[in-house]
Write a protein that binds this ligand. Structure first.
Ligand SMILES: [Fe+2]
Length: 191
């Protein structure tokens, strides 16, 4: 299977000022493209030749896992944003967040705290377990909740390449801003 760079549904400058055009161009056009190229070079001749991305992430290790994990992570990441995003989730997802954390505000704080507290590179995720219960997971490097049997719903990238050009070392400020571009309709569909 030949993997391809996920297409953006918005212009590269559409998420400004939360994420700059330059960051999108590097993050999507260079970093993610490199993961795609690497995986396409690594997979031929392995048992993963006809496997889909999620299967590879669940069953591989080493370089194949790192590149496949980062493609899965970034595919979810880049498709969850919209220049018209922000606000709060509604419907079933809002009710599940209230049930788990008491309020959207509490969830948001815990999510940011998890992202700020993750040492080094990785991801913070809102995920659901097999019973539909919500949880926040921290994943180092290329990790994704699917390896734990969870379904990823919303992911914030805390690798420095996601924010350093715009926020330098201020990861907390970056995470706080990201809520303004989250497209909750997309996240609700994943739920
Ligand atoms: Fe990234």
């Amino acid at each position: 299977m030949k993997f391809e760079l996920v297409k953006l549904s918005y212009a590269t400058d559409a998420l400004e000022p939360v994420i700059s055009k330059q960051t999108i161009e590097f993050h999507h056009g260079k970093h993610l493209q490199a993961y795609v190229n690497n995986l396409n070079n690594l997979v031929p001749g392995t048992k993963f030749e006809n496997a889909d991305l999620e299967t590879i992430v669940k069953e591989s290790e080493g370089g194949i896992f790192n590149n496949a994990g980062q493609i899965l992570n970034h595919n979810l990441y880049f498709t969850q944003f919209s220049p018209n995003g922000g606000g709060e989730p509604s419907g079933r997802l809002a009710a599940a967040i209230d049930a788990a954390w008491g309020s959207f505000e509490n969830f948001r704080k815990e999510f940011e705290t998890a992202g700020v507290g993750l040492f080094g590179s990785g991801w913070v995720w809102l995920a659901k377990d097999k019973d539909g219960k919500l949880l926040i997971t921290k994943e180092v490097n290329a990790g994704n909740p699917v390896t734990k049997g969870f379904v990823p719903l919303l992911g914030f990238d805390v690798w420095e390449h996601a924010y350093y050009l715009d926020y330098q070392n201020r990861r907390a400020d970056h995470l706080k801003e990201l809520w303004k571009i989250v497209d909750w309709k997309i996240v609700e569909c994943r739920f």
